[in-house]
Design a protein around this ligand. Structure first.
Ligand code: SME
Length: 160
């Protein structure tokens, strides 16, 4: 059993503790699927107001669904398509306040209103993206982006 002491009082504390928990969960484990599965569970448990949290992995020239929490989702996303494909192709975090205003947004769950997608970069290439969806508009801000980016950097080699 894993038990983590995560301070959910403020975003800075939340992401600091989440990173520590993610490090403890994945350190010394070489299996990428197991690590992505546990990281999805961690994000889902501690980040409030989400309806989807998980990974898409780079396979050839597309993203393929990885471990996640939430409703069943679209399996393959071409590089450059949707919020996830845009993050993967550009290598840049996408913070989308209103998914309906994002050209080419791919709706996997009709409840999603805002989205944060962070590329996971290992060995100089985008090996996956972390995708978080919320039913609330403008759920994610720069602090969320920075927090998930730090987490992605920490675990990149362990999910590649
Ligand atoms: N909305 C994403 C697709 C993945 S689901 O949100 C889980 C996108 O536009 O890439």
């Amino acid at each position: 059993m894993y038990q983590f002491d995560v301070d959910t009082g403020g975003k800075a504390e939340l992401y600091r503790d989440l990173a520590a928990a993610a490090d403890a969960l994945t350190a010394g484990e070489a299996d990428a699927v197991a690590n992505m599965a546990n990281l999805s569970a961690l994000l889902w448990q501690y980040l409030p107001d989400l309806n989807w949290a998980g990974f898409y992995r780079t396979v050839g020239d597309e993203l393929v669904l990885g471990p996640f929490q939430g409703r069943a989702a679209c399996i393959r996303i071409p590089w450059g398509r949707g919020v996830c494909g845009t993050a993967a192709a550009s290598g840049e975090t996408q913070v989308v306040a209103d998914v309906h205003a994002f050209p080419g947004h791919i709706a996997c769950d009709a409840a999603s209103r805002s989205e944060l997608v962070v590329p996971v970069i290992a060995g100089g290439r985008v090996v996956a993206v972390i995708d978080l969806d919320s039913p609330s508009p403008a759920r994610f801000d720069a602090q969320d982006a920075a927090g998930v980016e730090a987490l992605a950097a920490l675990v990149a080699e362990r999910v590649a």
